[in-house]
Structure formats: C-alpha cells, structure tokens
Design a protein around this ligand. Structure first.
Ligand code: GDP
Length: 522
C-alpha cells in the first residue's frame, strides 16, 4: 500500500466530555466494534488492576489508570481507527488539552439530562481554537432528559457553533421509541435491551408499524421533524470539516442504541490526516519523509527504570523502527530504536506507522513537549503547542532551604518538560505553580523527591481565573487578594481572579484594561 493509501485510511480522534457523561461507556462500545475487547465492562475493569500490570507510573497505577489505554487503535471497515484518551476526573491536566493537538477530529459527548457542563466547554474551546471538526453525541436518551430542541439551542448559544441533527429522537426515557435517521432515511426502533430494528421511511406505513406510527409521541415528533427540515440549518460537510458546524447524534451508549449508526457515519465523515502548518509552510501527510511532533511525555515513576516515553503524532511519511531522525530544536540525530504503539491491552512494539498514528518512543531525556522530529535534510518545526491557562495555583518552597539549588534546577527542568507551569510573584521571587489539575502537583512532588532529592511544600492559592494583561496597563495599586498580580514564564503580567464575580467586578471598574483569555475563541 502506498503512503497516500495508508494516510487516507486513518481516523484519529479524541472523545471529550464532562466526567460521567458516558465517555468510558461509549469508548467501550467502539472497542467492541473493533473487536479489541470481548465484553463490555473491560475498560472500567482496569480499575480492578487488569491493565495495571506494568510498573509504568506509580501515580497512574494508584489511580487505576494505565498508560496503555492512552491510545486505542483498531481496524474498522477498511479504516484504521486511533482513539486518544483525554483523561478527565481528577486526572484532568494540561496533557488532556495537549492531546487535542494530536487529533484530526473530536467526538463531544453531552449528557441529555444535564446539557453542557464545565469541562466540555473548556475542551470544546481548545478544539475550536484549532478548527478541529467536532461531532456531537447526545447520550442517555434512555433516561428522562432535556428536550432535544433545547439541547441544540444550548449548544449553539453556549458553544457558538451551528448544529445539524443527524438523527432525531422520538421521546425519551420511558417513552423513548427510537430515532429518525435523517441521513439514511430510516427509523431506528428502540427495543429496550434487545437489538435495534431499522425501518425505511417508505415502509413506515405498513400495517405492522401501525402502533408505532399512531403513538402520540411519534406524531408530535413528526411535526417537529418537519419544522426542522424547513427551518433548520442545512447540512454542510465543508462547514463540519472547518469546525463551524457540528453534526449531532442522539443515542444511548449504555443501551447501546444509535451507537453503530453514529460511529459508521462519523467514520465516513471524519477527516483523515490533513496537511499541518510548520515554520516553513505546510507539510502534506503523504510527503515521503517522516516527520512528527511530541505532545506528551510520560516519566516513569519507578526509580529502577527512570526512562520516559514521549508520545509522538506522526504527521508525514513512514515511521520505521530503528530509523534515524533529526530533533529539529537541536538539529541532533537520534535513532528511534525503541518504539511502542499503544493498544488497549498491551504495549506492542511497532515496526511502522503513518500520518495520524501515535507512537510511543523511548526518551533518552532529550525531548520536550512540542518537539519536532524529522527524517531527511529539511529543517522545520511544527507549530508550537499553545499555552493552556492553568486553573489552580500553589506557592511552592523546598522543605530544606539548603537544597535551594537542587530545588531550582528541578523546577526548571520539570517546567521545561511541560509537567507544570511556573509563575512568580510580581515583585518577588516567590515560585507559584500553575496547573490544570491536581494530578500535576502530585507528579511534580513525586518527581522532585525522586529525581532531585528535594521535598517540597505547597501553600494553596486555590482555583483562580487567569487573565493576561499588557505591562503598560499595569497599575499595581488596583490589584488585591481577589485580583492577584503575578508574572508568567516570560515575565508577563497575569492577574489571578478569585472568582467569576471578582473578574466581572474588575472589568466593570476598569473597563479600559484589556484582559486576555488564552482560551478565547471569538
Ligand atoms: P465517563 O466518566 O464520561 O467515562 O462516564 P461513564 O461512561 O463512566 O458513565 C457514567 C455513568 O453513566 C455510568 O454509571 C454509566 O453506566 C452511565 N451511563 C453511560 N451511558 C449511559 C446511557 O446511555 N444511559 C444511561 N442511563 N446511563 C449511562
């Protein structure tokens, strides 16, 4: 197969959602389609230690998650599917955001009973910023939830994206009868735990469907559907691929219901790898020379094996084990001898990979997040990974003041590696660590102790809303505890607002000060 054919087959995506919306349940169903697992419950089963066989990372092990589930890949109907995990719950971290730089599309799950929730908004914004196509799955239709129209309206208003319902539910919860498949022009009948049945639109008037068709809920929905056909937005694949319209699917991951149709449609519409921006113009995925970038580095917490694995997204050419590549930042040559592809159940060595694939490569302490690796003579780098706004802040000091040299060295390296963000007092040398999730502090503390032999102490500043501002607009007298002034990694001024209220209050009071939100997409 040519490189071009290999690339065209690849569908690399992540599933984003707020905790408990059903990401694990949906992923599990997809893995069943891919024959990657044999029974549902296996993915959650990792909590029982099933997958935690490696001593890979102590903290991950304690939390019952495993690095092996970071990427799941399987062949499906002629495609090669790569699903990247986006850790949520207490494992939410900058890595979750960074993962989104390595995918070509995203599935956003929304719980029909809750609508859009906080974490979904944050993850959505990152996708939006990067123009990633977003496919929406509204889950838990088997429960009494919010009205479909209301949910669509919420998506449009809160997320500011056009929606196109690919299917339309008839009832919900106890009255849930099934869905109209607007694209395939059939009705999918919900039979509880039994398998779903498909009825073509033109067969609905057959006598055996009389009971369904005369059901009041069905009648109401037909009217709704007509309205939607007349007044709703038109479907546009171009708008979807530009990240401006999201196709919406209703279903239940648990039942499962509507999952197969969703996945088949998604796979047929989701983009294969497209050209990516570099410092020297765009790079085509079918360019014969291998290239890729590192979006995540996982340090081994086991002191006996202090190796690290870098997660690399292949962007062009063909990766072959043992090949020599150039690290663009230093222009040094590195041999990629150890490589792994991550499958749900094991870490397999891989021999070759193409654009869209994610590989794990042994990191001889040479890589940084965002690094570009290239084969051949060219010299370029993929677009720098964006800086994501931290949400939690802690002052950090060494327990033993005698260790301050080691302390500084450790912080410097861990920050450079992208493990955590460093801020400083506006006028002081106080170290403040910013993180997206608590896990980042745990990893930091653990690694400082084990790799730099420094015990650290934290003093929490709490959750804060950071806004960047221009040095020339800083008037130190207007900031206080609720709007704390600090400096970022380049020395730039940042205000940490204690709450939404504090932020709004400040904006009212000082309307001429520009406050920059890193996740602002508009
Ligand atoms: P995650 O945190 O997003 O991975 O969510 P899970 O997949 O773990 O699901 C959270 C809870 O919602 C679990 O108890 C699931 O059984 C339940 N759940 C997931 N999908 C559905 C669904 O379609 N219907 C119902 N009723 N419950 C669901």
């Amino acid at each position: 197969m040519t490189i071009q054919e290999e690339v065209k087959k690849r569908k690399t995506f992540a599933i984003i959602s707020h905790p408990d919306a059903g990401k694990t349940t949906l992923t599990e169903k997809l893995l069943l389609f891919g024959n990657l697992i044999r029974s549902a419950g296996t993915v959650k089963g990792k909590k029982s230690g099933k997958f935690a066989t490696s001593d890979w990372m102590e903290i991950e092990k304690q939390r019952g998650i495993s690095v092996t589930s970071s990427v799941m890949n399987f062949p499906y109907k002629g495609h090669q599917v790569n699903i990247l995990d986006t850790p949520g719950h207490e494992d939410f971290s900058e890595d979750t955001y960074r993962t989104l730089t390595a995918v070509d599309s995203v599935v956003m799950i929304i719980d029909a009973t809750k609508g859009i929730e906080a974490q979904t908004i944050k993850l959505f914004k990152v996708c939006r910023m990067r123009g990633i196509p977003i496919f929406t799955f509204i889950n838990k239709l088997d429960r009494e939830g919010r009205q479909p129209l209301e949910l669509l309206e919420e998506i449009e208003q809160v997320l500011n994206i056009e929606t196109y319902p690919m299917n339309w539910p008839v009832g919900m919860g106890k009255r849930f009868l099934g869905i109209f498949n607007r694209f395939d022009k059939n009705f999918v009948k919900y039979n509880g735990n039994e398998e779903e049945t498909y009825i073509a639109y033109d067969e609905l008037d057959k006598p055996e469907h009389k009971e369904l068709v005369e059901h009041p809920t069905y009648q109401e929905t037909v009217e709704e559907l007509e309205l939607l056909d007349e007044a709703g937005d038109l479907f546009s694949l171009d708008a979807v691929l530009a990240g401006e319209q999201t196709p919406v699917f209703f279903g239940s991951a648990l039942a499962p219901f509507g999952v197969q149709t969703f996945f088949d449609t998604f796979i047929s519409m989701a983009p294969a790898p497209v050209p990516r921006k570099t410092t020297e113009g765009v790079m085509s995925p079918d360019n014969p020379d291998f290239s890729g970038f590192i979006f995540k580095i996982q340090a081994n917490m086991n002191p006996a094996h202090r190796d690290r694995v870098a997660f690399l997204r292949v962007c062009s050419g063909k990766f072959e084990r043992g090949m020599n590549v150039k690290l663009a930042r230093t222009e040094k040559t590195i041999k990629l001898s150890q490589s792994q592809q991550f499958v749900a159940s094991s870490r397999d060595t891989i021999e070759e990979a193409y654009a869209g694939d994610i590989i794990g490569i042994y990191d001889p302490n040479a890589y940084r997040i965002g690094d570009t690796l290239i084969e051949g003579k060219d010299q370029f780098e993929y677009d720098e990974l964006p800086q994501f706004p931290p949400e939690q802040f802690k002052r950090v000091t060494a327990k033993n003041v005698m260790k301050s040299k080691q302390f500084k060295k450790g912080i410097e390296q861990l920050v450079q590696e992208g493990a955590i963000q460093l801020l400083k007092g506006y006028r002081t040398e106080t170290y403040i660590l910013g993180a997206v999730g608590e896990l980042q502090y745990e990893v930091f503390e653990y690694r400082m102790k084990n790799e730099y032999n420094v015990e650290v102490m934290f003093e929490s500043i709490g959750e804060r809303i950071p806004r960047w501002l221009k040095e020339e607009q800083v008037d130190e007298t207007i900031f206080d505890e609720r709007s704390m002034l600090v400096r970022g990694r380049e020395g730039e001024p940042i205000v940490l607002f204690k709450s939404d209220f504090a932020l709004r209050w400040f904006k009212d009071k000082h309307p001429d000060i520009d406050l920059i939100d890193l996740l602002d997409v508009n």
